[in-house]
Design a protein around this ligand. Structure first.
Ligand code: FES
Ligand SMILES: [Fe+2]
Length: 403
């Protein structure tokens, strides 16, 4: 048994892990400590987020060459930058002299990184350029003889997939292509590159980040999103007893794939459709890429969330909405965009008004977080019809962390 597996067992209990690993009809879900324990949260940072391809940001968070932002990933300070040539790069946000933080607030038009402590300067590609007066000379390296080529900012293994920036902190995860392949296969060549960012917003809520993944079922739709899904037959085929959006666990991806030709909710109309390759049938699905990124593919827009875990009981949802070409910004599409965003964010656009799909979900998650502190919440069960995805990801989480 690995050290990590022992630590997980200590926090969650062997019985709970055994229950989780049973077939879905007999299984129990993760116990409360997986959501409330700071020790478990720290283990996740080290043994989950650092080991996998976590989603860090939207590429549009640094739209222009010379833009940089500081971020935290798995408890580690990170710089996301777009270099002068327009390429996205990710570095550890740590000066190689004596570990000052290099970037402390969003910047634009950067030509170089300058350390605020003793002014060491690095190129946007991370190369150390100057170390003024380090050895008392103007150039700083006449007497010191440092090998400056060895002291660049430390890069993080990075993959940019369409609008998303993923990182693998420990450098040992399987190639990113493998990680994202189930999603690529699923979306059948949908031209995500034809879409552009239209709206970007962060909402902080008081709950554990895993609530988002646990929510990848449509069982809750008619009760939580009453204004969007009005009757159970919006989500369930009463003749077969099967959900209309089929839950499909696919390794690193879980998805809800609509069986028919309908969107998850009616499209706004008059918006250009996301192109599909010749001969491919349009796919509507909503997926989570393990561990923390979601993508909803409607016919005329994309909605995505990156869950940013702040603490065991605190998460920031970074939300991005994308429309095809000019529809992302042109005034003639403003009404349709507004209508579409109102479904997700509510008419007022305010989280605490709970008027949209996103905030209605978060309201439940915040209440669940409180309930998860109860010892009674250690035994929860899964619907074998609706909640295959939830069971799959919970097992995957402990498996990845235990390795
Ligand atoms: S810590 Fe950055 S220059 Fe000293
Ligand atoms: Fe929901």
């Amino acid at each position: 048994m690995t050290v990590a597996a022992e630590a997980i067992e200590r926090i969650l209990g062997k019985a709970a892990l055994d229950e989780l690993r049973k077939p879905i009809t007999q299984a129990c879900g993760l116990p409360g400590a997986a959501y409330t324990s700071e020790d478990f949260f720290k283990l996740e940072q080290k043994n989950l987020f650092a080991r996998t391809w976590m989603c860090l940001a939207f590429a549009s968070d640094v739209p222009q060459p010379g833009d940089a932002i500081p971020l935290m990933a798995a408890g580690i300070p990170i710089i996301l930058v777009r270099d002068r040539a327009g390429a996205i790069r990710v570095f550890h946000n740590v000066c190689r002299h004596r570990a000052a933080m290099m970037v402390t607030e969003p910047c634009s038009n950067l030509k170089q990184f300058a350390c605020p402590y003793h002014a060491w300067a690095y190129d946007l590609d991370g190369r150390l350029k100057s170390i003024p007066f380090f050895d008392g000379t103007k150039n700083g390296n006449e007497r010191a003889g440092l090998d400056m080529s060895e002291l660049g900012l430390v890069p993080v293994r990075t993959a940019v997939w369409h609008h998303w920036v993923f990182i693998n902190l420990d450098g040992k995860a399987a190639p990113f292509d493998e990680h994202v392949r189930p999603l690529e296969d699923l979306i059948q060549g949908a031209d995500l590159g034809a879409t552009r960012i239209a709206h970007r917003e962060d909402w902080e809520w008081r709950g554990n980040w895993k609530m988002q993944n646990d929510n990848w079922e449509t069982y809750h739709h008619v009760w939580v999103h009453k204004n969007v899904f009005t009757k159970i037959t919006d989500d369930l085929d009463l003749a077969t007893g099967e959900p209309i959006a089929e839950p499909i666990p696919l390794g690193t991806v879980v998805t809800l794939k609509r069986r028919g030709d309908q969107d998850f909710y009616p499209a706004a109309g008059q918006l250009p459709l996301i192109p599909f390759p010749e001969g491919k049938k349009r796919v509507r699905c909503t997926s989570v890429v393990f561990p923390n990124m979601t993508l909803t593919l409607q016919s005329d827009h994309l909605a995505s969330v990156i869950a940013d875990p702040i603490a065991a009981d605190r998460t920031v949802s970074k939300m991005g909405f994308f429309f095809v070409g000019d529809a992302a910004s042109a005034p003639e599409f403003a009404e349709q965009r507004k209508k579409t965003l109102a479904r997700w964010l509510g008419e007022t656009g305010k989280m605490r008004d709970y008027g949209g799909i996103r905030s209605q979900d978060m309201k439940i998650w915040e209440q669940q977080q409180i309930a998860r502190q109860s010892p009674v919440a250690d035994k929860v069960v899964f619907s074998p019809v609706w909640e295959k995805n939830v069971h799959h990801f919970q097992r995957m989480l402990v498996d990845v962390m235990s390795a």
